[in-house]
Design a protein around this ligand. Structure first.
Ligand code: GUN
Length: 296
């Protein structure tokens, strides 16, 4: 079998169009412009690239973007005061504190100081608890993007065997909750899982989010399975820098029914879902109907 490529770039463009259309309606009918505040601490080059891209796409969707950049030496007290100010600002509907934070700052403390209703990352413990109990919450952007692509490809996911590789709070755990919410039988596998190849071979859906370049070979993939590759790993091959995922693309594509490429798969969906979450948060804050198809 040669896999169908799930084009995250094209799909994310459609999601961003839907977001922009909803933003235009909010402005026209209610005089409201959704606003997203992004807080960046320090000079991490990857974080700077992400934050720039988030700001640009926020503005392109017709929303207000507020960037707050601070030196890596900012104190925890100062950062908490910034978050508090953003929590109270009625023009800010979404707040994102870019991770990782420098070591002297307690990430959990900072994230949990964000108003859960403005927590467009879905990292606040209240949102984690709401998602885990099947209640309305803010859903982490990367798993939400993966879920949207899976629903678009399969329609219903009910009864499918899903294996999530990786148990991070940002991707693995919320991804498993979302798949469970769509009635999959879910296994979370990780570095200590016994017989990992056999576990993965049972899966109709494989979501790889381990951060290890090309870790999953094609012979772990069941014929016809859907492979969602969350990994974005920079490697050097034949003297050139290259982006690769957590799965070995060529050998997995030879067995899978469908697969996301890297780049151009999950990556573009993450920011599209951040924009979607910002509109959702804005609608909820104003007691207005939420955009359809952009939430879990
Ligand atoms: N750093 C890498 N990915 C993310 C993300 O999704 N949200 C935040 N806040 N920081 C990140």
């Amino acid at each position: 079998m040669t896999a169908q490529i799930i084009d995250g770039k094209a799909f994310s463009a459609k999601v961003r169009e839907q977001v922009a259309a909803h933003v235009a309606r909010l402005k026209e009918e209610h005089g409201i412009t959704p606003g997203l505040a992004v807080v960046l601490v320090g000079e991490d080059p990857a974080s700077q690239v992400y934050v720039r891209s988030k700001g640009k796409q926020t503005v392109e969707a017709g929303m207000n973007s507020y960037e707050h950049k601070f030196d890596a030496t900012i104190s925890e007290e100062e950062l908490l005061a910034i978050v508090d100010k953003l929590n109270k600002d009625p023009d800010v509907h979404g707040i994102l504190v870019q991770l990782p934070l420098p070591d002297h700052l307690d990430s959990d403390l900072v994230i949990n100081s964000i108003d859960p209703a403005k927590d467009v990352d879905g990292f606040h413990i209240s949102n984690v608890g709401l998602l885990g109990t099947g209640q309305k919450s803010m859903v982490p952007c990367t798993p939400l993007g993966c879920l949207m692509m899976l629903r678009e490809h399969h329609g219903s996911l009910s009864g499918m065997d899903a294996v999530v590789l990786g148990r991070s709070n940002i991707v693995g755990k919320p991804m498993a909750q979302l798949l469970l919410g769509d009635s999959c039988t879910v296994t979370i596998a990780h570095s200590r899982t016994k017989d990992l190849p056999e576990v993965v071979r049972r899966a109709d859906i494989v979501v790889a989010a381990v951060g290890r370049p090309e870790m999953v070979p094609g012979d772990w993939i069941k014929e016809g399975a859907t492979v969602i590759d969350v990994g974005i790993n920079r490697i050097e091959r034949e003297g050139k820098n290259k982006l690769v995922g957590d799965v070995d693309f060529d050998s997995c594509a030879a067995r899978a029914g469908a697969i996301t490429p890297v780049p151009g798969g999950v990556g573009p969906m993450t920011i599209a879902c951040l924009l979607a979450n910002t509109v959702t948060a804005c609608c909820r804050a104003n007691g207005l109907p939420e955009p359809e198809g952009l939430t879990a």
